[in-house]
Design a protein around this ligand. Structure first.
Ligand code: NAD
Length: 484
């Protein structure tokens, strides 16, 4: 296939590439240069209606296709993502501002892994049976029908495919919407699915913003389940629409994750990973640790070395291999992060490093760059320590014992992920059982096994993705009871 990116992106509906019915478009801006690089359809209800009509027809055959067939097609999609790895990585970086090396090492390989993983799940998935004295029950797990998948901009293709692959593997047809901030790899995925031979209408990709396009998906009565990853604010809005319609909902939302560092930790490993978890992808990973909690006896040692290491993170053109940090995804998000830093100062925060916008010279001088920022002197209750910033900004707080660490860790409305650094196995397990979050990493960060349940508690969401959890979400269980 000749793979290229047109200036006007198109929706993918019923196997065809189409403009939006309204002919409304949104500017697509490269955040590293601040320049418009294309136009994104701002689709609406009529585009979603067309996609649903196509999906309805496709569902009749896709839902009863053999698992072996789905396995082959999903694997073919994975192989093509690998084949177009370089092209996709460059597209992701131009859309999102993340360093090209990161797109190559993480985002695009993970997108093909998602398809390969769920290709296998389609042939291995099994259901339960429950024997009674008088007979037996077995559970049929049937595809739901047409499902909606809505994803954010921070890991564009990675998270888009993390939803689409299990939905297809389970036999559903999908209406999917990538973020309007980073739509290009979603568009390219449509091209890849076409080339892989995915039947027309099985996957429909509509582009547009949340209020027009996203809500049209959530509101459509024929779309029976919504898998959403994004902000807690949008998750609340989606839940308010979908709940009265009794749709199945999976909501993966915001976080304010603690990194808890004890004096007995493996120092170098902790330091290396705390820098990554603080500033990786410019701090725009839902799993980044944004509140660093440090045992008092090592607070100063940690602070000094952490600042030194943060100073070495080169911020600049994402296309350069020397740039450890790229651009913030958009002007709006850049302004939000800068205002959060100003608020931290007003709340009494002391900026230990960073705190400023950067204007790299050359092609990136109009881009949206922010220094890695480290703040101390703030208590657990201020907005800086309770509200999500989602940028390269972390705070440092001290604790004296494990119970104080737990109190600080749990002092937010979020509960997505935490990491704990200690060599004491009892302490590690005590912390893991008392921290309020869906994921706890001990002596590591961002280690992912795709079989494990992924998701948060409190305001970080409802439901779990990954492995059998995803296959169960995308199927409807039906109990069949037989009497002997
Ligand atoms: P966002 O909520 O603004 O948008 C996410 C997606 O939802 C986009 O495609 C957007 O167009 C759509 N959307 C927005 N409003 C909608 C509505 N009313 N109805 C339907 N769709 C709507 O989030 P974002 O700014 O793109 O992403 C950043 C957020 O995502 C952060 O809060 C981050 O923590 C969160 N996130 C969470 C996870 C997780 O796994 N928990 C992973 C990545 C990002």
């Amino acid at each position: 296939m000749e793979i290229e990116i047109p200036y006007n992106l198109e929706n993918y509906i019923g196997g065809q590439f189409l403009p939006p019915d309204s002919h409304n478009y949104i500017d697509n801006i490269n955040p590293a240069t601040g320049k418009v690089c294309g136009l994104i359809p701002n689709s609406s209800e009529s585009d979603v209606n067309k996609a649903v009509q196509s999906a309805k027809v496709a569902f009749e055959t896709w839902s009863v296709s053999s698992t072996e067939y789905r396995f082959k097609i999903l694997n073919k999609i994975a192989d093509l993502i690998d084949q177009y790895h370089e092209f996709l990585a460059l597209a992701e970086t131009n859309d999102n501002g993340k360093p090209l090396w990161l797109s190559k090492e993480v985002d695009i390989p993970r997108a093909s892994s998602n398809f390969r993983f769920f290709a296998t799940a389609s042939i291995q998935f099994a259901s339960e049976s429950h024997a009674m004295e008088s007979g037996i029950n077995y559970t049929l797990r049937q595809p739901i029908g047409i499902v909606g998948c809505i994803s954010p901009w921070n890991l564009p293709l990675y998270l888009f495919t993390w939803k689409i692959a299990p939905a297809l593997a389970a036999g559903n047809c999908v209406i999917a919407k990538p973020s309007e901030v980073t739509p290009v790899t979603g568009y390219l995925l449509a091209k890849i699915c076409k080339e892989a031979g995915l039947p027309d209408g099985v996957l429909n990709i509509v582009h547009g913003d949340g209020p027009n396009c996203g809500e049209a998906i959530v509101q459509h009565p024929s779309i029976k389940a919504i898998s959403f990853t994004g902000s807690t604010r949008a998750g609340q809005r989606i839940a308010s629409i979908a709940a009265p319609m009794f749709k199945k909902l999976s909501l993966e939302l915001g976080g304010k994750n603690p990194n808890i560092i004890f004096a007995d930790c493996d120092w170098n490993k902790m330091m290396f990973n705390t820098i990554r978890s603080s500033f990786g992808n410019q701090g725009q990973i839902c799993l980044c640790g944004s509140r660093i909690l440090i045992e008092a006896s090592i607070y100063d040692k940690f602070k000094n070395e952490f600042i030194e290491r943060a100073k070495r993170l080169t911020v600049g053109d994402p296309l350069l291999p020397t740039s450890k940090q790229g651009a913030i995804v958009s002007k709006t998000h850049f302004e939000k992060i800068i205002s959060c830093i100003e608020l931290a100062k007003k709340e009494g925060g002391r900026i230990l490093h960073g705190g400023n916008a950067i204007k790299p010279s050359g092609r990136c001088e109009e881009g949206y760059f922010i220094e890695p920022t480290i703040i101390e002197n703030l208590g657990p209750d201020c907005k800086t320590n309770t509200e999500e910033i989602f940028g390269p900004v972390v705070t440092l707080q001290k604790f004296t014992d494990k119970d104080e660490a737990i109190m600080l860790a749990n002092a937010t409305q979020y509960g997505l992920a935490a990491s704990v650094w200690t060599q004491d196995i009892s302490n590690a397990n005590y912390m893991a059982s008392n921290i309020e979050s869906g994921i706890v990493w001990i002596n590591c960060w961002l280690e992912r096994d795709l079989r494990t349940p992924f998701g948060g508690i409190k305001n970080s969401g409802v439901g779990r993705e990954g492995g059998w959890d995803a296959m169960r979400f995308f199927t409807e269980p039906k109990n069949v009871c037989i009497q002997y």
